[in-house]
Design a protein around this ligand. Sequence first.
Ligand SMILES: NC(=O)c1ccc[n+]([C@@H]2O[C@H](COP(=O)([O-])OP(=O)(O)OC[C@H]3O[C@@H](n4cnc5c(N)ncnc54)[C@H](O)[C@@H]3O)[C@@H](O)[C@H]2O)c1
Length: 316
Amino acid sequence: MNTILDTTVFLGKFLYYGLEFLVTSIVPKSKKDVAGETVLITGAGSGLGRLLAVRFAGLGATVVLWDINQEANLETRRLAQEKGGARVFAYKCDCSSRQEVYRVADQVRGEVGDVTMLINNAGIVTGKPFLATPDHMVERSFYINAISHFWTYKAFLPAMVKANHGHLVCICSLAGMVGISGLSDYCASKFAAFGFAESLFFELSHIKENQIRTTIICPFFFNTGMFEGCTTKYPFLLPIMEPEDVAQKIVNAILEEKVYLILPKFAYVAFVLKQLISPKMMIALSDYLGANTSMTSFRGRAKAGEPPVEAERKCD
Ligand SMILES: NC(=O)c1ccc[n+]([C@@H]2O[C@H](COP(=O)([O-])OP(=O)(O)OC[C@H]3O[C@@H](n4cnc5c(N)ncnc54)[C@H](O)[C@@H]3O)[C@@H](O)[C@H]2O)c1
C-alpha cells in the first residue's frame, strides 16, 4: 500500500516538475538581484575569474577576490572598482592549502562578513599525455581543481546553512563530464569537482525550504590562455569560445539559478550520446570531432600555478 502511495506521489511530482521545467525553458526566467550579496571568487587574478569579478562588481555585489598571484589579483580589484564596484577586497590565497584557505576565510569573515556566493573557479592544467604527466602535477591538479572545493565549502557553507541563503558555483569543465585524450589528471580532477558539487546539491536539497542554490558550469575550451594552442576540428559544432561570452552566459545562469550549464549547446548532445552509444561509436565520434587530437598542439600558460617541486609537500 505504502509503495502504491509512494509511487503515485512520485509520479505526480515528476509530472509537475517536468511541466514546470518545460514552461521555464520557454518563458525567460527572472534574474535574481545580487546587490548586497558577498561573492567570493577563487582564481580571480585572470581569465574567467577576473571577468566574473568585474561583472559581479558592476551588479552591485561585494566582491572578494582570491588568487595565488597577488599582483594579478590587485589588477582585477582595480578593474572591478573601475566598473563601479564599491566594495572589492583582494586576498592572496593558495587554495590548494587547507590551512591557508581556513586562515584567509577567517580573515574574510572578520573584515568583510559572511560570504553568500562562493565561486570555485581557480584551476590549472598539465596538458601532457598520461605517462608524461609528472606525479606532482597530478597531485597539484587534484588539490586546486577539486580538493580545494572541500575546504572552501567547509569554510563558507555553515553560515549559508545558518541563514538558509547562499549560492555555490562550481566552475567545472566539459572535461568533467567526458574524458578527453591528453587531459587525464585534469579530467579526473574535474570529474571529482563535478561529483562533489552535485553530491552537495542533493544533500542540501533535504534542508527544509532550502534556499541554498548550486550551479555547475561545464564549458568546452575558451580563449584565456589556459588552453593556449588547443584546437577544434569543427568550430561550428564545438567552437573555442570567447571568454567574455562565456562569462556573460555564466553570470546569466547564476542569476537564473540554473543547476547546470554546459557550453556550447552542442556539447549536451555529445554528453547524452555518450550514455547511449557503443564505445566504438564513441571513439569514432570523438575522432570525428577531433577530441583525440585537440591537445596535440597544447602550449597552455607556461607553468601556470605550478609551484617548485619542493613546495609540493605543504599540500598535506
Ligand atoms: N579556459 C578554458 O578553456 C576552460 C575550459 C573549461 C573550464 N575551464 C575552467 O575555468 C576556470 C578558469 O579558467 P581560466 O581559463 O580563466 O584560467 P586562468 O589560468 O586564466 O585563471 C586561473 C586562475 O587561477 C589562479 N590559481 C591557480 N592556482 C591557484 C591556487 N592554488 N590558488 C588560488 N588561485 C590559483 C591563477 O593564478 C589564475 O589567476 C578553471 O577552473 C578552468 O579549469 C577553463
